[in-house]
Design a protein around this ligand. Structure first.
Ligand SMILES: [Zn+2]
Length: 462
């Protein structure tokens, strides 16, 4: 027997981009089995349990295209510093000290925040062996989320420039990384009823040679894996490719074999029109992370230009050290706002486009648009409901505007993944939320103390 969510406004993101007023969605097992007007669905499925979603917006679960699970624990530990200082003196030292338990607690906190704010699928770009790959996989399976987990790959212990040396705890061997990724895939691909996929996550060009990226490309082809990589986040990446290979970013990525229809390039800030054409040719996705780019002063990803060129652009938060939240409502709002200001054009990135970037474009990036990213019959039942009984969301005369410009993650009150309620009336059903928060409070003290990082406020503590 299935169930119905009805009496709602449904933003389907289907091919016709229909918005169904007084709509109902019917769920059977893990699949959307029907969708339409509430009276018709109620009459057709009389025996199904009915959930009254009056004054709610129902929409596809959000897809966060660029996440770092293991940075949730160290949020607030690297604010208001330059990118190099951010990495070398904070992030690498903290994360390079992690044991498996600390990494698992960070992943749990991150998963909690993502699920409760309406994200149902995510792509994690850089998972080091020291975090405990099995523990991270278990965390995602137990949470009920759908996730792409990419094994980090690197062969140079620097980032961006050769003076920016990684700390010992972050350094891995490229060939060993590739073998670990293959073994991990054999063990965990499609675990959790198909919710887990294992990909390759090479580090940026300053940390990974072209030879190694070519090995990544061959491994991805042979073992049917996607590739997630930070690309052109900083100007030094472009300089590095020019100085070391005499190539533009597009030529470099193409000749390294990493431009595929299942590659997600995070940031893509310094791409030129020629580079964009190469991405379009290979159906490669750029993942826009507006808060991270702004806070780290990395620059503007040219999102309207990429979309105009026909490149698929998904949306991400990045880590909670550079976004400080894993809230995709925040990401949608920023993506819809900042490019208007940059181009002095209020018509670019309308709210509809921001929703597409956070849903169907993310599904396309993973080559899962036949299963995810919209509410259509036959697709996976990954669904969120937004409670609009709230002064910020009333009156709701335009649901798309409400979602992008007014809503926030805390307005999500139900999350369904694979047909199962994971959050019901704002309560998470798969995780012990209080126990995880208590553990995170204790374990961050341990991490800060062993790294001797002083994270006190600049203001006097009394
Ligand atoms: Zn990142």
């Amino acid at each position: 027997m299935g169930y119905i969510l009805g009496n709602a406004t449904i933003i389907t993101v289907d091919n016709d981009r229909r918005i169904i007023v007084d709509g109902a969605i019917v769920i059977k097992d893990s699949i959307i089995s029907d969708i339409g007007k509430t009276p018709a669905m109620k009459a057709k499925y009389k025996d199904y349990e009915f959930h009254d979603m009056d004054n709610h917006i129902i929409m596809p679960g959000l897809i966060n295209g660029h996440v770092h699970l293991t940075q949730a624990l160290i949020k607030g530990c690297a604010d208001d510093v330059s990118l190099i200082d951010f990495l070398a003196n904070r992030i690498w030292r903290l994360m390079g000290s992690y044991n498996e338990e600390e990494a698992r607690v960070s992943a749990d906190i991150c998963l909690l925040e993502m699920i409760k704010s309406g994200t149902t699928t995510f792509v994690e770009t850089l998972l080091l062996s020291r975090y405990g790959l099995d523990g991270i996989t278990d965390a995602v399976i137990e949470s009920g989320m759908r996730g792409v987990l990419a094994k980090s790959v690197m062969d140079i212990a620097t980032y961006a420039s050769k003076d920016n040396i990684m700390c010992e705890g972050m350094i891995e061997d490229g060939d060993i990384c590739l073998e670990q990724a293959i073994q991990w895939k054999k063990k965990s691909e499609n675990a959790g009823d198909g919710r887990i996929n294992i990909w390759l996550g090479p580090r940026p060009v300053g940390s990974t040679t072209k030879d190694m990226l070519q090995k990544v490309s061959k491994t991805a082809n042979k073992h049917d894996m996607g590739i997630a990589i930070h690309f052109c986040e900083v100007k030094q990446d472009v300089i590095h490719m020019k100085n070391n290979y005499d190539q533009t970013p597009g030529d470099f990525a193409e000749s390294a074999g990493i431009l595929t229809d299942r590659t997600m390039l995070a940031h893509g800030i310094w791409l030129t029109k020629d580079d964009m054409q190469k991405l379009k040719k290979h159906k490669t996705t750029v993942v826009h992370c507006p808060a991270s780019n702004a806070k780290l002063a990395s620059g503007f990803c040219l999102v309207p230009e990429l979309l105009e060129e026909g490149v698929n652009v998904a949306l991400g938060t990045d880590a909670s050290t550079c976004d400080n939240k894993y809230d995709m409502f925040d990401a949608m709002r920023l993506a819809a706002i900042i490019h208007k200001c940059r181009l002095l054009d209020p018509l670019v990135i309308p709210a509809e486009t921001a929703i597409e970037m956070a849903t169907i474009n993310g599904a396309k990036a993973m080559k899962k648009e036949h299963l995810l990213g919209s509410l259509e019959v036959g697709k996976k039942a990954d669904i969120i409901t937004i409670d609009c009984n709230n002064p910020r969301l009333i009156p709701n005369t335009n649901p798309v505007s409400m979602v992008v410009y007014s809503a926030q993650g805390t307005d999500v009150d139900n999350v369904i993944i694979d047909g199962k309620f994971i959050v019901k009336d704002r309560e998470i059903l798969t995780m012990d939320e209080q126990a995880i928060m208590d553990k995170a409070k204790t374990i961050i003290k341990q991490v800060l103390s062993k790294t001797e990082i002083n994270n006190k406020s600049k203001w006097k503590i009394v």
